[in-house]
Ligand binder design. Sequence first.
Ligand code: PEP
Ligand code: MN
Length: 368
Amino acid sequence: MPSMTNTNYNNWQEKISGDKILVIAGPCSAETEEQVLTTAHGVKKAGGHIFRAGIWKPRTRPGNFEGVGAIGLKWVQRAKQETGLLTAVEVANPNHVDLALKHDIDVLWIGARTSVNPFSVQEIADALHGTDKIVLVKNPINPDLALWIGAMERIAKAGIEKLGAIHRGFSSFKKMPYRNEPLWQIPIDLKTRFPLLPLINDPSHISGKRENIFDIAQTAIQLLFDGVMIETHIDPENAWSDARQQITPEALAKMIPKFIPPTDKVFNTDLLKSFKLLRKEIDDLDTELVQLLKNRQDKIEEIGRLKFKDNVAIYQKERWLDILNKAIENAQENNVNRKFIEQLFRLLHQESLKLQHNVFNDLNSNKQ
Ligand code: PEP
Ligand code: MN
């Protein structure tokens, strides 16, 4: 039985796109037979490898377009016969799996609202038992790497060898330019743990806006992702779902040649020397950084002891705002990203409160 670590996932991605970026493209939703067929031909012409279409749409609120249902599978099957493209649909329950298999679909993906639920994933895994399809698992809507890996493990345990992960970003309350926050560190951690697992980026669902699709895809490619899934529609403005984030097959055709995978192997010896030098400098700075944090910690504990003696509150609002504002000003003067510094200082302040609490607790227990 293959586990997630001792397999090469049957090299499915390389077998399809070789050393090129794998491109999965097609509409958010299958709407009509004509729309499916015309888009599929457009995707083929653009150089895409796999044609996607949503048949059942998991909508956040009822009443939105919930997909055409099983009839759409016939259109997708026809698209496959006419174009020779592999086909992909989302499955959210065993019945979807059954129907997709009956219609000779090649790739089944589990959506973000399903991968979040281990019960649903297990039911799908059981229904997939014994098939040799490619199964892709989107990250759950909340940023939980263990849950994402858990979902893939359930599929792997059902004997599915051709596994892959799709990074579609994470739901967030924060105000931000994207529909879903990319949180790149999470897919990077996944790739570090499972280096051979094909990792696909979904810039459409991250951006929510077609203007940002290329930039996000480009970032993913620089981060050594293996492929992209891009929502493509013959008439994006009038799409029945996700109209703002779909692009035309013509726009896709212009984008694909720009998807050039970077190399992670450096052979140029001059470049290697420069890397070595710079990395040494970065390592030294990191050592210094930790030492600075240790010095800061000592001062904080000292002030904590003084506060304890005179029963002064640990949290001092004015002081905290002063620290934060100074840091932001400093960041701006030095051309360091303001948001990053703000987050970093919030973290430092949180740690400082914790350190002082520990000092208070220690001194209190000595008193008793
Ligand atoms: C989709 O791919 O159309 C979709 C519904 O995506 P997600 O599960 O990422 O929201
Ligand atoms: Mn969509």
